[in-house]
Design a protein. Structure first.
Length: 151
């Protein structure tokens, strides 16, 4: 399941920067989720600068570099894991692509295990033991105090 996609303006980065983004993101994902790296998928989507805009101005005109990423996790992953990935992917983008941290945007898309397939088999069946183990750990963990304030 661990999949992350980076959306970047084409021709704004060197090949070695993109390679480092792929490698570092793969290792971060495997580390944070404590999963085998062979499950990790990282994609870079390069967009023509004339077909991307930042602040209503085409990137081909402004030269703005404002990377965006999103990643998928199965529901049940802890808030701490999701936050570590949000900050970790941002750190990697800033470091490897040499961009201003405030221009980076990212999101996490949790997916219900019954709505994700691995080799054509729903993750709810294929990874049932792992999912149950995470659910038990989450149920035993102390509540996140930031959630209580939101009601």
């Amino acid at each position: 399941m661990p999949i992350v996609e980076f959306h970047l303006a084409d021709k704004a980065y060197e090949d070695h920067q993109l390679e480092r983004l792929l490698i570092e993101s793969s290792h971060l994902y495997a580390e944070v989720l404590a999963c085998p790296i062979d499950r990790v998928r990282v994609f870079i989507n390069l967009h023509p600068p004339g077909l991307a805009a930042v602040a209503g101005v085409r990137v081909s005109q402004s030269g703005a570099r404002a990377p965006y990423f999103h990643f998928l996790v199965l529901q049940g992953r802890s808030l701490e894991e999701r936050h570590r990935l949000l900050s970790g992917f941002t750190d990697i983008v800033v470091r490897e692509l040499n961009v201003d941290r405030d221009t980076v945007r990212g999101g996490c898309w949790p997916i219900a295990p019954e709505n994700w397939a691995i080799g054509g088999v729903p993750a709810s069946l294929r990874r049932a033991v792992e999912i149950e183990s995470r659910a038990s750990a989450t149920a035993q963990a102390p509540a996140d105090p930031s959630c209580a304030a939101r009601g």
